[in-house]
Write a protein that binds this ligand. Structure first.
Ligand code: GLN
Length: 385
């Protein structure tokens, strides 16, 4: 058995969702919305399934979707992308991450990773033979500074995996931090693998794709996800956008992982990406309302909530909430005894974990959020000193 996988636990998202399925607990763990997703996009998929083409699409993705991705980024970020040579459609962003790492990292290369980190990155780096160089950010602001970055960059650094906006922290990095990363990438000839799946789920300011910074166009793989943009997480439709040479390289890994992605879903996502800007604004306003409802509810019953500028998540600081249990013990008790599933943030660390924070997903129906708040309140009553 390959030792990377033999030593690996089952992903925390599957573990916690399984508890919710078995116990009937409210699932504020794994990130997925209660809402069914935009009806026109779902109808387009159904129509394409019944009356469209259901054989292998092009390995790089349907031309309609690649054109839509290019058009979308031109409209939203002023980014000029050649749809024929610079877009690769993947079966979800996780596949895009895997394809990027497997095709760009070789034995002995060092890869910079920022903790807390999404749990798929590290095993893929190891599987590719890379050596992870980990940065550890600190709550509550999770800021990334030059000293931390410089401490892990060396002559063997090949890539940085940069997640912005960031899961689980809900942080958006400011322009200065992005400029810092761009500067180091250029200076040390580093490729940036940018997981930007939360690019549209933002509540403050504007998302700046790293690929748009001067000097980054040819050294960045920008990863996107229809699952996040349209709240259709089970669809597993994602993409990579990169300069021609990088795109050709990552496509070679993609071709032997999934080869392609269901064409009916691609047609529907292509249609969705052409939605007018106000659709995206309404979507954000809707999510912001749910986020504020959960945050206000939690604060009212004594929980200390860390601010979240993006993503479907908010975090609770257990220590500041008067709870001395660590995050894993709290999440287990909250799930099994309290009836609400959360995600312990220590699962996003490979070393020296922060152990007093749990992540909650807020994109649920109001009644579900209200009931969850009630249950969380009861647990805090029991535990808080
Ligand atoms: N991105 C999702 C989350 O953070 C999980 C995705 C998954 O379970 N593969 O909740």
């Amino acid at each position: 058995m390959n030792p990377v996988y033999a030593a690996l636990p089952t992903t925390i998202f599957e573990k916690m969702s399984a508890i919710a399925r078995e116990t009937g607990a409210i699932n504020l763990g794994q990130g997925f919305p209660d809402a069914p997703g935009p009806e026109d996009v779902r109808r387009a998929a159904a129509e394409a399934l019944l009356n469209g083409y259901n054989q292998y699409p092009s390995m790089l993705g349907l031309p309609e979707l690649r054109q839509a991705v290019a058009g979308h980024y031109a409209e939203h970020h002023g980014l000029a992308v050649d749809w024929q040579s610079e877009v690769v459609v993947t079966s979800g962003a996780t596949e895009a991450i895997a394809a990027s790492i497997l095709s760009l990292v070789s034995e002995g290369d060092e890869v910079v990773l920022v903790q807390p980190l999404y749990d798929a990155y590290l095993p893929m780096v190891r599987r590719a033979g890379g050596t992870p160089r980990l940065i550890r950010l600190e709550p509550p602001h999770w800021t990334l500074d030059a000293a931390a970055l410089d401490a892990v960059i060396g002559p063997k650094t090949r890539a940085i995996i940069f997640n912005n906006p960031a899961n689980p922290t809900g942080r958006m990095y400011d322009r200065a931090t992005q400029e810092l990363i761009a500067d180091r990438c250029i200076r040390h000839d580093i490729v940036a693998i940018c997981d930007e799946v939360w690019e549209h789920v933002i509540f403050e300011g504007e998302h700046i794709p790293l690929i748009t910074l001067p000097g980054m166009r040819e050294r960045t793989v920008k990863i996107g996800s229809a699952g996040k943009i349209f709240a259709l997480t089970g669809w597993k439709v994602g993409w990579m956008v990169a300069g021609k040479a990088l795109a050709a390289q990552v496509a070679k890994a993609h071709q032997f992982m999934t080869f392609t992605t269901p064409p009916n879903l691609q047609v529907a996502v292509a249609q969705g990406l052409t939605k007018p800007k106000n659709w995206f604004e309404d979507m954000r306003a809707d999510f912001a309302r749910s986020r504020d409802r959960l945050v206000a509810g939690l604060q009212a019953v004594g929980y200390a909530v860390l601010s979240s500028q993006a993503t479907w998540f908010v975090s609770v600081d257990l220590t500041a909430s008067g709870i001395t249990l660590d995050d894993v013990s709290f999440a287990d008790r909250m799930a099994l005894e309290g009836g609400v599933v959360t995600i312990p943030v220590s699962a996003f660390f490979a070393e020296s974990p922060v152990t007093n924070i749990v992540r909650l997903c807020y994109c649920k129906d109001d009644a579900v959020l209200d009931e969850a708040i009630k249950r969380l309140a009861a647990m805090r009553e029991k535990l808080a000193s």
